[in-house]
Ligand binder design. Structure first.
Ligand SMILES: C[S@@+](CC[C@H](N)C(=O)[O-])C[C@H]1O[C@@H](n2cnc3c(N)ncnc32)[C@H](O)[C@@H]1O
Length: 374
């Protein structure tokens, strides 16, 4: 799994238990990112559609959600990856741009990425293995990168992991059907299936995924774009159409309210954190206004993303500032019919244990009149 800002690694078992307690047989993960939450739903036998606007997330969803492991010949897949791994390295766009002008990868690995990526395009584009092979390459590159987990900058001194040789691994595919939808949620939300459960995990602040993960976008699109700045970002990072309404304080609240009113799901589970532009109480109102009978909120103390743990760095990798805090509170809202929401609360009892009880009082106080259901 790639390193990803806002990824719900710690919350995954909780979200899976909630989905099961809600009795979901079908689900949409509306901002699927790494697909770890969608994977958790699929692993529990829930037919899941993963949706996100980034091209690289579409590839991850194509691999882990839309591909049914039962239809893949594992021996053949392993042989294809072994053959790709043996490709003679060549110096191409990735090496020149991301290893020589910038320093996201060591040149020896950049040349492997160039060579393998070219062969995937030439020999596997349009096949069912295409997203699986691209995912294997993206994850292999992520394991030897030299960043703090975002691609706005790279480390001044090479990260120790970047010294290792790039190694393709077989992605752990899941049995069962699923679907992937790539596009801006403001357009795709009406085309998504009506489902039992929708999980909503939008960006809540100015951090743009398109800019933060421009290297993955370029690796997947394979369009060798012009680039700018020390970080060698794609020039279209500056374009309006690559901006998300969720990254603007002015547009985000109305956009989210709009999406919530258009989602067709009996139960909505929404991740929210206290670094957001809207308050938890406003969020609860938004969910109620979108037509749900009951809304409950659960809170979890969590570590902030790895970049925050390490500190704030300049593009040259120099530490330029201190982070304000290393922990934050993750909120999970559940909205739906009163019984479904009660079932989710009951289902959570055995999973989160002490993890959630530590922050209950703080949450209840912060939310004022809102029932926490705990
Ligand atoms: C907080 S992350 C989701 C993380 C994900 N739950 C995980 O665990 O990996 C938010 C996601 O929203 C996507 N996104 C941002 N704006 C969007 C938009 N307008 N339409 C669809 N997806 C969008 C980003 O590409 C990003 O993957």
């Amino acid at each position: 799994m790639i390193k990803y800002l806002g990824s719900k690694r710690v919350l995954v078992p909780v979200l899976g238990a909630m989905a099961e307690a809600a009795g979901a047989r079908t689900a949409v993960d509306l901002f699927s990112g790494t697909t770890r939450v969608a994977q958790e739903f699929k692993r529990r036998g829930i037919h899941t559609t993963a949706a996100d606007r980034a091209t690289y997330t579409g590839v991850l969803a194509g691999c882990y959600i839309a591909t049914d492991a039962r239809t893949v010949d594992r021996e053949h897949l392993a042989a294809v990856l072994a053959d790709l791994q043996a490709t003679r390295p060549v110096r191409g766009y990735v090496t020149e741009t991301f290893c020589e002008q910038a320093r996201y990868f060591q040149p020896k690995n950049g040349m492997r990425i160039d060579a393998i990526r070219q062969r995937i395009e030439a020999e596997h584009a349009g096949t069912e293995l295409y997203p699986v092979l691209l995912t294997s390459l993206m994850e292999a590159a992520d394991r030897v990168d030299s960043t703090t987990g975002i691609q706005m900058a790279y480390l001044k001194d090479w990260a120790p992991r970047s010294m290792r040789d790039l190694e393709l691994r077989v992605p752990v595919l899941l049995d069962g059907p699923g679907a992937s939808v790539t596009g801006d949620v403001m357009q795709t939300v009406d085309t998504l299936p009506a489902v039992d459960l929708c999980y909503v995990d939008p960006p809540y602040n100015q951090h743009r995924y398109f800019a933060n993960y421009h290297v993955w976008e370029t690796l997947v699109r394979w369009d060798a774009p012009d680039h700018y700045g020390v970080a060698c970002k794609r020039v279209d990072v500056r374009d309006d159409e690559t901006r998300s309404v969720f990254n603007s304080r002015r547009t985000m609240p109305a956009a989210l309210a709009d999406v919530l009113s258009r989602v067709r799901a009996k139960t909505v589970i929404l991740s929210y954190n206290d670094e957001s532009w809207i308050t938890a109480a406003q969020m609860a109102d938004m969910l109620r206004d979108s037509g749900h009978e009951a809304v409950e909120v659960f809170a979890f103390d969590s570590k902030r993303y790895v970049g925050a743990q390490i500190g704030i760095h300049s593009p040259a990798g120099k530490k330029v500032g201190a982070v304000s805090h290393l922990r934050n509170t993750e909120y999970v809202f559940v909205a739906g019919g009163a019984q479904a929401v009660r079932d989710v609360a009951a289902g959570l009892a055995g999973v989160a244990g002490g993890q959630r009880s530590r922050v209950l009082d703080r949450t209840a106080a912060a939310l004022g009149t809102l029932s926490t259901g705990l």
